[in-house]
Design a protein around this ligand. Sequence first.
Ligand code: AMP
Length: 114
Amino acid sequence: MSKTLFEKISAREIPAKIVYEDDLVLAFEDIKPAAPVHVLIVPKRPIPRVGEAIPSDLQVLGHLLLKAAEVAATLGLKETGYRLVINNGPNAGETVPHLHCHILGGRHLSWPPG
Ligand code: AMP
């Protein structure tokens, strides 16, 4: 099966500004930032989207969220706050079929999203 875009970034086949990496997850700057800080954190082993996660993904999903918070803190967002976003499917605007969590911060983020 062909690699997803984010697998190619993980394999260094496509360049990205990587801000965190461990055995399970990779975090890198979004190429089209929607906020002063906009980082994506992804599981290295692709899950298409959260709606297709299965019970054996429990550990990686928990790890992803814990590391998202750590990365946000490392990027200076702990006190001012930040938003984590996971788009699932067309109505949510999902464009890359490899589960990813957006870490957005550095400005006030309105709610609800448009
Ligand atoms: P989503 O719309 O939730 O599927 O988010 C996909 C995100 O991936 C978008 O915010 C894109 O800007 C981002 N993106 C697409 N290609 C790249 C890339 N080569 N490097 C970093 N981010 C990317």
